[in-house]
Write a protein that binds this ligand. Sequence first.
Ligand SMILES: *Cc1c(COP(=O)(O)O)cnc(C)c1O
Length: 373
Amino acid sequence: MSDRIYLSPPDMSTAERDSLMAAFDSGWVAPVGPHLKAFEDGLCAVTGAAHAVALSSGTAALHLALLEAGVGEGDRVYCSTLTFVASVNAIRYCGAEPVLIDCEARSWQMCPNLLADLLKRDAAAGQLPKAIQVVDVYGQCADYAAIEALCLEYGVTIIEDASEALGATHGQRGAGSIGKVAALSFNGNKLITTSGGGALLTNEASIAEHARYLSTQARKPVREYLHEDTGYNYRMSNLLAGLGQGQLSRLEGMIKRRREIFSRYAGELQAEGVSFMPEASWGQCNRWLTCLTLQDAGCTSLELIEALERENIEARPVWRPMHRQPVCEKYERILNGVSDRLYETGLCLPSGSVMSDEQQSRVIAVAKRCLQM
Ligand SMILES: *Cc1c(COP(=O)(O)O)cnc(C)c1O
């Protein structure tokens, strides 16, 4: 059997080994140190956000982002339904309740029309949400021109879950710099990884400072241990920030490679009933994963996933929307059928920046056979 081809494995080189060892050799193994600051500065440079706080996971970053937006017990938070469960878990950690909003077909991102109707309804009922958590799903920014105009009109805060979208853009702005507070993830399967990690981004110095405080057990700057707030142990370690510096130095090339992989799939798998996630007119997608739907095509998405698995190739369905998760059973949902269709007909192909041309040829050959091309 040939080597397994994974969906999105870590992409490591000597640059990461060197930067990790530099952090180690500097003696700043824990907790904080100069590599953490340098990694955060690098994240600001890439995204355009003014401040970054490196944390232990993307989920931790979302949790703190929600707390910084004032989300608490009993609040309602609008959230994209097409996402990974971490987005709604973070809302639940705050004791708040997600309200799930469907996506639009042209970008796969939160649908501004559904959002407009919902804001109008909730404003009339005097129950506007505390915040809107917009997910830049599969590495593409949502339609922020429309969403920001609505949020301005109703005075609602935007939290951006840019976990999958590092390096993606909306106009001149980078993903993660758009919401009042945003989260990035450096989990093992994301664009870049610190073997587990995340970051909170914001343009407001006071938010960054307060998030940093909450991430280190809310310790007051005095000698004796003094705590006036409930804090968390969420800070990234300086060693892992060293690893992150190496990854960040290669980000541009890694995005280029992911986009190349996408273009080749899209070029070679043109057939009746096959549609790839469209790139929206407002920005550039990082093509974290190549996603496509098969509707009245030569095979179903499940048949293709199974055919690939038989050849030792990992492929996955599109996210099962949150409104179809038992854990979200009791939450309100505003649906238009798009995320259901994407889930039922969609899949993600191996897209890692380490994948070789030969490996991609193997994936394409299996897909062509299954699609009867
Ligand atoms: C990966 C991911 C997260 C969580 O990030 P972790 O670093 O795994 O905690 C949150 N939201 C979305 C949309 C993600 O894809």
